[in-house]
Design a protein around this ligand. Structure first.
Ligand SMILES: NC(=O)c1ccc[n+]([C@@H]2O[C@H](COP(=O)([O-])OP(=O)(O)OC[C@H]3O[C@@H](n4cnc5c(N)ncnc54)[C@H](OP(=O)(O)O)[C@@H]3O)[C@@H](O)[C@H]2O)c1
Length: 347
């Protein structure tokens, strides 16, 4: 990895900042980084390791010396810049929803379907930050007892909506501390002291686009279009980490003990399931962790073939930045990503 030149489009955002933190923590030698964002951020500096790097405006001309471009900005930015990056010979790892469901674009969680990177044609997408933990937990169970149906209800942190939403939660919380909570009604976009059953736009089906993403993306990653999936995605006043209550119906009964054993053997997943001792995953504790955490594993008393579980993961790490870096590592391990040259740090 240290010989690669990595462009980070969206380096000033919530995911971009986490990406740079992970790079510092994960590699003893930091790869060549090219930090890119909008024209608003051009000229800003960001310290990565012992280097002070200058942010440049992302344009179609930014990718000539780049081996891998991590794009985490918006769908519009991905549509504008990804083709230019591919034309310049870079592999694009895209964090948004722009290309995820395109047939020519692998949608990858390396622990689940890492081999799918083999058929990329320049762009690889990472899933939505609630899809990733769901497929991480579903995959090892589905291998031994095919899943027929999953119902997932999420409790998603505000960082899933970017750095601006984190600022808003803080600002709203401070303001509401002084307000009369018995009489004031929620304002548009209020997450503080609130629970909002609305993430992304509503579709004709009555589901939101976020909920549709969980269904379609999970089926694509698991290579299992036959699994019926229904989600309700909810924003809660938590800064970092998404949680989900998930009901899974299998082909045959599966005991909680067997599920714990299978999940414990899954790379990148930690079972934390000791309710008697008050041990179960919570977003506050999971923030900053790489693994997906699963607890509250129990028989679904409403279905003989059903299990219920509680899944929590850091949406900025495994839900976004870490997964992207792992895809780059997967490409390197498979000999599918080689540096164009090995010059020093750019920026
Ligand atoms: N947050 C999550 O948990 C999560 C998880 C998975 C996927 N994603 C996806 O990741 C993307 C970014 O999310 P975020 O949470 O990091 O958002 P964010 O905190 O709002 O940051 C947005 C980033 O995009 C940059 N940007 C905006 N317009 C641009 C342009 N025209 N050209 C280049 N860069 C531009 C911004 O640069 P400036 O600072 O210069 O404006 C900033 O660096 C979104 O597509 C989101 O769907 C997020």
């Amino acid at each position: 990895m240290q010989d690669l030149t990595i462009a980070v489009v969206g380096a000033t955002g919530a995911v971009g900042a986490e990406f740079l933190r992970i790079v510092e923590q994960r590699y003893s030698q930091i790869p060549n980084l090219k930090l890119l964002a909008s024209s608003r951020s051009a000229g800003k500096t960001i310290k990565v390791g012992d280097k002070e790097l200058v942010v440049a405006e992302a344009t179609e001309q930014s990718f000539d010396d780049v081996d891998v471009a991590f794009i985490s900005a918006s769908s519009a930015v991905s549509h504008q810049l990804a083709p230019a990056a591919v034309a310049a010979g870079a592999v694009v790892i895209d964090d948004g929803s722009a290309f995820r469901m395109e047939e020519t674009v692998p949608l990858v969680v390396p622990e689940v379907n890492g081999a799918d990177v083999e058929w990329h044609q320049g762009i690889i997408s990472i899933p939505n930050c609630s899809t990733t933990p769901l497929v991480m937990a579903a995959h090892p169970l589905h291998q031994v007892n095919p899943i027929k149906r999953m119902v997932a209800d999420t409790y998603q942190s505000v960082s899933g909506a970017g750095g601006g939403a984190m600022y808003d939660l803080r600002e709203q919380s401070e303001r509401l501390m002084d307000a009369d909570s018995n009489t004031s009604k929620s304002e548009k976009g209020q997450t503080a002291y609130n629970v909002v059953p609305h993430i992304d736009r509503f579709l004709e089906t009555g589901y939101t686009f976020e909920e549709q993403k969980m269904r379609q993306e999970s089926q694509k990653i698991l290579h299992a279009p036959e699994i019926a999936i229904s989600a309700t995605c909810v924003r809660v006043p938590v800064y970092i980490s998404h949680s989900a209550s998930v009901h899974i119906e299998f082909t045959r009964p599966m005991s909680p003990e067997e599920a714990r054993e299978l999940l414990s053997a899954m790379p990148g997943l930690t079972v934390l399931d000791n309710p008697d001792a008050g041990e179960y995953p919570m977003p506050w504790d999971v923030a900053g962790e790489d693994d997906v955490f699963v607890g509250r594993i129990r028989q679904d008393l409403s279905h003989p073939n059903g299990l219920v579980m509680w899944i929590v993961s850091d949406n900025l790490r495994k839900g976004a930045a870490l997964n992207s870096l792992q895809i780059a590592e997967e490409l390197v391990a498979r000999g599918r990503l080689k540096p164009k040259h090995t010059s020093g740090v750019t920026g």
